[in-house]
Design a protein around this ligand. Sequence first.
Ligand code: 5AD
Ligand code: SF4
Length: 456
Amino acid sequence: MRFHIVTFGCQMNVHDSDWLSRALLARGWTPASEQEADLVVLNTCSVREKPEQKVHSALGRLGTAFRNRPRSFAAVGGCVAQQLGTELLRKYPFVRLVFGSDGIAEAPNALERLAQEPGTQLALLDFLKKYPEREAAWDGPASSYQDGPGPAQCFVNIMQGCDNFCAYCIVPYTRGRQKSRHPDAVLAECRRQLERGVREITLLGQNVNSYGQDPGGAGMNFAELLHKVAALPGLERLRFTTSHPKDIAPEVVRAFGELSNLCPHLHLPLQSGSDAVLRRMGRKYDTERYLGIVESLRQARPDIALGTDLIVGFPGETEEDFLATLEIMREVRFESSFSFKYSDRPGVAAVNMTPKVTPEVASDRLARLQELQNVITSEALESRVGTRCDVLLDGPSKVQSGDGMHWRGRDPAGRVVNVPLSTDWNEKSLAGKMLPVRVVEAKKHSLRGEYLGEPW
Ligand code: 5AD
Ligand code: SF4
């Protein structure tokens, strides 16, 4: 059987697709293009309206393509699958499996069964009480670095779901209640990955800071887990995502100063710089608290690079509220941000909040916010010029020019660094190697580095 996986959405989905792909490879399935595949999996996202629309257009496209390939079928996983469930099976008969975030552990077996039983349709949509452990499918090669982690990096899930019910967010409905993964399972997976040669681990969860606040963590909290993972032999870089500011413990903040392999980077979604909007969003912190966390992070690790998520046009957001968001961006100087126009999602509390901000006003605010972010990002990148750092190489850069080959990787803070290397290095792959460089130029969203010494 030949398969193709299309991934929408967040890093959790990227990681899920990567695992599913390796689980199918381990069963003897082979990867193929969408045009040639017997099975096309859409791993979907419904956090905003746009990614959800993309799923429907992809299904339309598959419906047409499959008319000439009656043996081919599709599976839909992730948040849209959880949200629409068996409606997808009825509406699109060529979809023969729907699975949610708890159901994915069983998806490889279900797909094997479907390959043998033409005409059958299956749904794996139940939410489970415990974190569903998955088989360790390490045998197959990982996905290409362009859409997944590089060869020396991996993601390790530590929890699933979310209990926060922020007013705009569909995630608690599509990913279910928070379920921490047993620390022994987390540590065993990290060890296995390190034995395979992984040098950088990113601990993943919808809200990693509340790890262990449910029975699944066996009494361990996130700071303790972080210390345990950091101490594993061979781990050079440790990251985690995503964090909720209300749950970040002082011990986790301090860890940035205590653990030398914990990377100086934190993605800490702020969402808005207006206390009134934060209150209506149900975020349970105000700007003073957020700024206090930023200050203590910088005390613990002065070179920490901060990133964030911001929403503009939340119901009731005034121009003044929006200006407060711009103000806090200038104050914190986030190196990067993901910013979105608020979009109504079915069933969330904000659907009933008024007045709605018009699409024109929201677009205008988003453009102004992104313009400011570009200036701050440029200044932050510019300030790196002349410094030296170690770049963990992912693979060749997307854009190549001149002699030799350009390689792409990341510095400890997660900034993308492209490094031109002479042809001497082309013979053996450098992906997964650490390269000492001097930063010589800042581009719009990346840095250019100059070779300083032997890769290791
Ligand atoms: N509208 C716009 N943005 C949203 N996000 C979550 N829900 C919505 C929504 N309904 C954004 C938040 C979150 C990120 C993953 O997506 O900023 O942090
Ligand atoms: Fe959504 Fe809030 Fe949970 Fe993040 S913390 S996933 S924004 S409900």
